[in-house]
Design a binder for this molecule. Structure first.
Ligand SMILES: Nc1ncnc2c1ncn2[C@@H]1O[C@H](COP(=O)(O)OP(=O)(O)OP(=O)(O)O)[C@@H](O)[C@H]1O
Ligand code: SF4
Ligand SMILES: [Mg+2]
Length: 403
């Protein structure tokens, strides 16, 4: 018998495809109607109650007579506009009960433990949480790039209606990795090879992903998109500043024109001014290229400024997910509340910063029940049991307080 998980995924895919199909039918119907109407128009002037109307003129809009050809274009524009509006409401990425574990000699580390979320076409997503909470593992799992002893052990990843978690590695490599989802790996700018020029390192990526196109324009275009001069391609990493290197690794991720870029701590180790420039660049790429950015960072402030949706990770679980504005104004999970209270505010009446007492649990010996139990000021006996994921208007919270 199919599990609830499978039924959920099936519904998501079916829903996605039905809307696209309906939209396509609507488009064709309107275009056919407009064409037929245009053909049936009398070719001579007609007398309508004393007023004459020229041929091929179907409608009068604010006193302007619009010819039939224009009307067809008008229909097409209208339907395209509606299509874009509908598509932006569709799910771009659905992650359903994703589990990624490290199976080590010491034991199993559940770095990503039943993580679910959904991002729509026009949204950017930020993942925040303290160190070792599983943020990078989640990013790597989405790109199916976990190395042993890491492994995806359950769940589904649905990209634009297609379940990519059960694809063969070969198919994933050919069609998804770097072409639809790319990643700026944590610390990538420090792993640029010092003995090769930027251009030759970019050529390697193109070759590795078996793209049979002219490499030069692809490289120049990517460098230009991140605000770098294409001549950078002939330079070596040590000849570039930290901010330039970070732009280079973002350009590498953009090389094969992906829909989604996962940026893992792209601003760490950069000074505040360069940090702001990199975030501005990601915002521009989102706006101008329609790129979906998944930003991973321990800096909640940065995410609140950047992302439409945010997810808060704690000990491998997404404990809260929703619109960033809602979460900032009204955080639900006690951990999110503590994180937001710890953000320094310039004009706050509270002079003292709040700190979260205690430390995060050992991932090899996670307690049963709520993982935040030992640090939570609201913990009660019931919290020794696993908290359910409670649905909210635009997201969810994993906490017994809301049951
Ligand atoms: N290759 C690995 N082998 C074994 N355990 C690992 C491996 N990589 C990560 N882990 C463990 O998985 C957990 C999550 O690690 P991850 O790197 O995803 O955290 P993170 O939230 O990205 O942390 P940070 O903010 O420090 O980058 C940690 O307990 C870590 O020790
Ligand atoms: S489930 Fe209980 S211990 Fe966990 S965050 Fe909620 S109130 Fe606190
Ligand atoms: Mg990390």
């Amino acid at each position: 018998m199919a599990s609830n998980e499978h039924i959920g995924v099936f519904k998501a895919i079916t829903h996605h495809r039905i809307i696209i199909f309906e939209n396509f039918l609507l488009y064709n119907l309107l275009c056919s109607y407009a064409t037929l109407e245009a053909r049936n128009r009398p070719q001579k002037e007609v007398n309508l109650g004393g007023k004459t109307k020229p041929p091929n003129c179907l409608i009068t809009y604010y006193g302007t007579q619009i010819p039939s050809e224009t009307r067809i274009i008008y229909y097409q524009w209208l339907v395209s506009f509606v299509s874009i509006a509908i598509m932006s409401q569709l799910s771009k990425l659905i992650v359903d009960s994703l589990k990624a574990h490290y199976i080590t000699k010491e034991g199993t580390i559940k770095a990503v433990d039943s993580v679910s979320f959904e991002i729509r076409g026009h949204e950017s997503f930020g993942i925040a949480g303290e160190t070792a909470s599983g943020k990078s593992t989640l990013g790597l799992a989405l790109l199916r790039s976990l190395q042993p002893p890491g492994k995806i052990v359950g769940g589904n990843i649905i990209l634009q209606g297609q379940n990519i978690s059960n694809m063969s590695d070969d198919e994933f490599n050919k069609t998804i990795r770097w072409k639809k989802i790319a990643m700026v790996f944590q610390g990538a700018m420090n792993t640029l090879d010092p003995v090769y020029t930027i251009g030759s390192q970019m050529i390697e990526i193109i070759k590795e992903h078996r793209v049979d196109i002219d490499q030069e324009p692809l490289i120049s275009n990517s460098l230009k998109q991140v605000g770098l001069d294409p001549s950078i391609s002939s330079r070596y990493p040590h000849e570039l500043s930290g901010g330039m290197k970070q732009r280079v690794v973002i350009a590498m991720a953009l090389l094969l024109d992906p829909d989604i870029v996962i940026a893992d701590e792209p601003t760490t180790a950069l000074d505040v001014l360069v940090q702001a420039q990199i975030i501005e660049l990601l915002k521009t790429l989102k706006k101008e290229r329609g790129l979906t950015v998944i930003l991973i960072t321990h800096d909640l402030n940065l995410i609140l400024e950047f992302a439409d949706k945010i997810g808060i990770m704690y000990a491998g679980q997404l404990v809260e997910f929703g619109n960033s504005k809602d979460i900032y104004a009204n955080p639900k999970h006690p951990y999110t509340q503590a994180l937001i209270a710890s953000i320094p505010r310039l004009h706050s009446v509270h002079k003292d910063l709040q700190f979260i007492a205690g430390s995060s649990p050992n991932m090899l010996e996670l307690p049963a029940g709520c993982k935040f139990f030992s640090r939570c000021p609201f913990a009660k006996e019931l919290c020794r049991e696993d908290p359910p994921q409670i649905k909210l208007e635009n997201g969810f919270v994993r906490c017994w307080l809301y049951k």
